[in-house]
Write a protein that binds this ligand. Structure first.
Ligand code: SAH
Ligand code: SF4
Ligand code: F3S
Length: 464
């Protein structure tokens, strides 16, 4: 299936092309957390397939189960601990199965996983995936195998991922790893280490692989894409994110390009102007606000104020009229007052976000906030504030969608609607989901659709 050319595994293809092979050990991977983890699972699979493994879609049929984990909030970790119980039961009936915990929880819970979970044979952090084949062999001898070393260099640049998306329409490319910001609430710098960017040549190689595999959309991902930087040699000119975006947009004019996440402190006008110049760069920006209060933003070490964020939104609206904006909000951060909560609500209302991910603050042991600040907003207050935030966002999303009625959008079809076999679903450039009747179209097609109605989460329309 895979060809190795000049030590580059290329192109690895799609998981559904990998035929079941009884003669090879079978690996089953389950992925939690953000897009970075999804992209990492695709790298892991590529490494294993290259080393003689085949794929299983059922943990009960597998020889090795890997669970790629997330630590961002306590709930994310609890989910994984519950899954380990399930795998433990599976293993009772199939004692030969090996179970590995990989990803962000491996960094944080190495000792607990090794000492308290009999079912766990391997614990492997995000920068040690190349060692997987050796570590699996080690675990096969009955020893627990562990490697959670973080690296300043590892980017898996030479490894072309095995794509695992459902529809073969849209894929991710990790353009950087790690994070150098130290938001006081966040575990990512501890679980993923220092920031590293990928060579633009490698990114363009992957974009090219995707076009050859028939993909129509690519999302460039990183924890803070605006700090992407590539400078191979001292005398070379540095390439920033806006430069990379432009290169990708030019290389594949037929492909849609998205990116995530933009950091409000770093989002430059240059990125906005590149977006405005290329039709194939989607008009959507995910710009996590976290809080509308400058005092809370200061305690979070976010590096911007309420006023700065407002100015960035104004710049987006000026340069990119019609661009959608989504956000992340954390409610109930240490010492947040009722007034400060209201500042978040008023800023949300002013910005009119199209979409938001909204969370209660979850203290993460080891972070600056856990060490220096008091998680003193009572649980019931966090819950009530979260409800208010969600209710407001529902209203804003509804308002934004109502404005779309009677507009015509180009929709990239991703698949058949979950609710009705006769309907397709896809996304607009603004990342809004559209459902429409479409027997004559297939995933990957771009269809002009007139919007005639909406539900809370979806636009409904008819092809024109
Ligand atoms: N790098 C991105 C965010 C990655 S984590 C950025 O800086 O915007 C995704 C989101 O999870 C964050 O934006 C934040 O809203 C939320 N989050 C992170 N840590 C959290 C915590 N301890 N409690 C609650 N939500 C958290
Ligand atoms: Fe976490 Fe902040 Fe880095 Fe985002 S920018 S991953 S919130 S430390
Ligand atoms: Fe979770 Fe790690 Fe991503 S903590 S959000 S999987 S970087």
């Amino acid at each position: 299936m895979m060809k190795v050319t000049n030590n580059i595994i290329s192109p690895a293809g799609h998981i559904s092309d990998l035929l079941p092979d009884q003669n090879k050990p079978r690996v089953y991977i389950e992925t939690y957390g953000c897009q970075m983890n999804v992209a990492d699972s695709e790298i892991v699979l590529s490494i294993l397939v290259e080393n003689g493994y085949s794929v299983s879609h059922d943990p009960k049929q597998a020889d090795i189960i890997l669970i790629n984990t997330c630590s961002i909030r306590q709930k994310a970790e609890q989910k994984v601990f519950k899954r380990l119980d399930v795998f433990s039961r599976i293993r009772k009936n199939n004692p030969g199965i090996l179970v590995g915990v990989i990803g962000c929880m491996a960094e944080r819970h190495k000792e607990q996983l090794v000492n308290n979970f009999q079912v766990v044979d391997l614990v492997i952090g995000p920068d040690a995936y190349r060692k997987l084949p050796d570590l699996i062999k080690e675990a096969g001898t009955g020893q627990k195998a562990v490697n959670v070393l973080l690296s300043h260099e590892e980017t898996y640049a030479d490894i072309s991922p095995v794509r695992m998306d459902k529809n073969r329409v849209s894929a991710f490319i990790s353009i950087m790893r790690g994070c150098n910001n130290m938001c006081t609430y966040c575990v990512v710098p501890y679980t993923r280490g220092r920031e590293r960017s990928l060579d633009p040549k490698i990114i363009l190689r992957e974009v090219d692989n995707l076009t050859r595999l028939g993909y129509k959309e690519v999302t460039l991902i990183g924890q803070n894409v605006d700090s992407y930087r590539w400078k191979p040699k001292e005398k070379d000119i540095e390439i920033s994110f806006s430069g990379l975006l432009e290169k990708v947009a030019e290389a594949v004019p037929e492909m849609r390009i998205r990116f995530s996440t933009s950091h409000p402190k770093d989002l430059p006008d240059k990125v906005l102007s590149v977006m405005s110049r290329y039709n194939n760069i989607c008009k959507h920006i995910h710009l996590p606000l976290q809080s509308g209060s400058s005092r809370i933003l200061g305690l979070m070490y976010r590096g911007y104020t309420r006023e700065w964020y407002i100015e960035r939104i104004k710049a987006i609206k000026k340069t990119l009229p019609g661009c959608s904006i989504s956000t992340d909000i954390i409610t109930g951060f240490c010492s947040e007052t009722e007034e400060e909560h209201k500042e978040t609500l008023s800023l949300m209302e002013w910005a009119g976000f199209d979409f938001a991910y909204m969370f209660k603050y979850s203290e993460r042991p080891g972070t600056k906030a856990a060490k220096k600040l008091n998680d003193d907003v009572p649980e019931e207050v966090k819950s009530r504030r979260l409800t208010e935030i969600i209710e407001l966002q529902n209203k804003l999303s509804q308002r934004a969608k109502t404005k779309d009625i009677n507009r015509v959008y180009e929709v990239l079809v991703e698949g058949i609607s979950k609710k009705s076999e006769n309907d397709l679903f896809g996304r607009t450039s603004q990342n809004k989901v559209v459902v429409f009747p479409g027997k004559n179209y297939k995933p990957g097609d771009i269809v002009k659709v007139r919007i005639n109605d909406c539900t809370s989460a979806t636009l409904l329309g008819e092809p024109v």
